[in-house]
Design a protein around this ligand. Structure first.
Ligand SMILES: Cc1cc2nc3c(=O)[nH]c(=O)nc-3n(C[C@H](O)[C@H](O)[C@H](O)COP(=O)(O)OP(=O)(O)OC[C@H]3O[C@@H](n4cnc5c(N)ncnc54)[C@H](O)[C@@H]3O)c2cc1C
Length: 455
């Protein structure tokens, strides 16, 4: 097979854009023969990689906007799939994340970003993490998850359990016996899943992207056409990459994957009015003492860290507890449709803490709550309060090929993942990669297993 070179641009450096870029890059042939792709990500915001993690991995001086959802997610892998396609994405992602959690490739990659070319205005990833908590932090951790379902008001419709077909495929899945459920709850279940330490995982994805030869262009694109232009000939002050010399061969862009999250509502060439924010506020707390209890009627939980959520009768999780494995725990939350307010609301913070304490009293500092029958919100050690806007889309995520090319460049849309972008990320990325391969007539290169082994 003759060798061929392609240049693929990705608009957006959230978990969807980054995972798509990695899905393309990780399958590059090792020899000079076969099809090779250059990948440039164009994004107006990128993580502040040189900062301590704090509440969400960001410093207050350069705090990213609430619209950059990937930096503010919880995040747990607990499927809420509304379609076969979403369930497939969640399962593929879970498979990939399970493999990563087992193989821990990040432990071998502490110094991946040495030798980067970048201007001083850009965040340069450090060779090593910079605070003690982060040194111990794993991007992905196993948890023992408990899901509780509120009872609907009014006459009960005899329906199948709400977790059936959505959660019962997770390892160690068990329904909770009815007698163990408190009043107000109709169902419950436990299973093993993965929590994503979002600041650490997202940064690790970016490290892998740069290490695999990707190029990052930090700039805003007002249109798809401008995104293509920025990827083709960026100003040198905007570029971060490992080996600038290699990029001389890159040439014009052949395909663009548009993953701009909420930006899809405003960018010329997309302007998708179905895209809207679902505002989420979370409280990050310090609770390294949290651990899974074994109820008297059940076996020992398979994992020490416990995750919880309560699913409302009308759907959606507003009470959730997501341990990150580094001693911090994300307590949530809210989901307010069409609310663009990026500022935390103090009354919401208090309500979140009270609801999470009602579910998991162990969140309180044991020294402060000793002797109290009900721990109070002020007994919890708050590390930070974050607001993020989930990039939702009426009608579900959009992942398809555009009808029209932009100046001869094939376009694939990949956005609208709302509150599920992390748990759907690898499934969405592999489908987007396939659409790019079809558009450019690149022979498809790999199986999921082989892809999984690369990162
Ligand atoms: C509070 C909260 C809790 C969450 N919990 C979970 C969870 O537990 N599990 C889960 O799976 N998901 C969770 N999510 C959802 C998840 O964070 C999102 O689905 C995911 O981050 C979306 O990723 P994205 O890449 O599509 O968008 P984003 O992360 O928003 O990225 C969009 C990118 O596009 C760039 N961009 C936008 N416009 C332009 C432009 N004009 N020019 C150049 N660049 C542009 C941005 O700078 C950014 O880099 C949560 C979200 C929130 C807010």
């Amino acid at each position: 097979m003759a060798s061929s070179l392609h240049h693929i641009a990705i608009l957006g450096c959230g978990v969807i854009g980054l995972s798509t870029a990695l899905a393309i890059l990780e399958d590059q042939p090792q020899t000079g023969r076969g099809s090779r792709s250059f990948v440039t990500i164009v994004s107006k915001e990128v993580p502040n990689l040189d900062e301590d993690s704090g509440g969400a991995g960001q410093s207050s001086s350069k705090k990213p906007s609430a619209e950059y959802a990937s930096l503010w997610a919880g995040g747990h892998h607990v499927s809420d799939a509304k379609s076969e396609r979403e369930l497939r994405y969640d399962k593929i992602t879970f498979e990939r994340m399970s493999l990563l959690a087992r193989e821990k490739p990040w432990s071998k990659k502490a110094a991946v970003t040495s030798g980067l070319s970048s201007s001083s205005v850009l965040p340069v990833p450090p060779a090593q993490t910079s605070n003690d908590a982060e040194k111990q932090a794993e991007p992905l951790v196993w948890v023992h998850q408990t899901e509780l379902y509120e009872k609907a008001d009014g006459p009960q419709i005899a329906a199948r359990p709400p977790y059936e077909g959505v959660l019962d495929w997770y390892p160690d899945f068990k329904p909770l016996p009815q007698f163990s459920l408190k009043g107000g709850l109709s169902h419950g279940c436990t299973f093993s899943t993965i929590d994503i330490n979002v600041p650490v995982y997202h940064r690790w994805l970016l490290h892998c992207f740069l290490e695999l030869g990707g190029r990052l262009v930090v700039a805003e694109a007002k249109s798809l056409r401008q995104a293509v232009q920025l990827a083709t000939s960026p100003a040198s002050s905007q570029v971060v990459c490992k080996d600038i010399a290699t990029w001389r061969q890159a040439g014009k862009v052949d395909a663009l994957v548009a993953s701009p999250g909420l930006g899809a509502r405003f960018i010329e060439g997309i302007k998708d009015e179905a895209v809207h924010p679902q505002r989420g506020q979370v409280v990050v707390v310090h609770a390294p003492w949290l651990s899974a209890d074994a109820p008297s009627w059940n076996d020992k939980p398979p994992h020490k860290l416990p995750g919880y959520s309560i699913v409302r009768a009308q759907g959606g999780r507003e009470v959730y507890v997501i341990p990150r494995g580094d001693g911090t725990v994300v307590c949530g939350g809210t989901r307010i449709v069409d609310d663009w307010d990026p500022n935390p609301r103090p009354d919401t913070t208090k309500r979140i803490l009270e609801r999470c304490l009602g579910l998991v009293p162990q969140l309180a500092d044991p020294k402060k709550s000793a002797g109290l029958t009900r721990p109070r919100a002020e007994d919890v050690q708050v590390v930070g309060v974050n607001v993020g806007l989930r990039p939702a889309r009426r009608g579900g995520p959009r992942l398809d090929r555009a009808m029209d090319d932009v100046d001869g460049v094939k376009v694939v849309y990949n956005y609208g993942y709302g509150g599920a972008g992390y748990q759907a990320s690898w499934g969405a990325a592999l489908d987007a990669k396939q659409l790019v391969e079809e558009a450019l007539q690149i022979p498809s290169s790999s199986s999921v297993q082989r892809r999984s082994a690369k990162l």
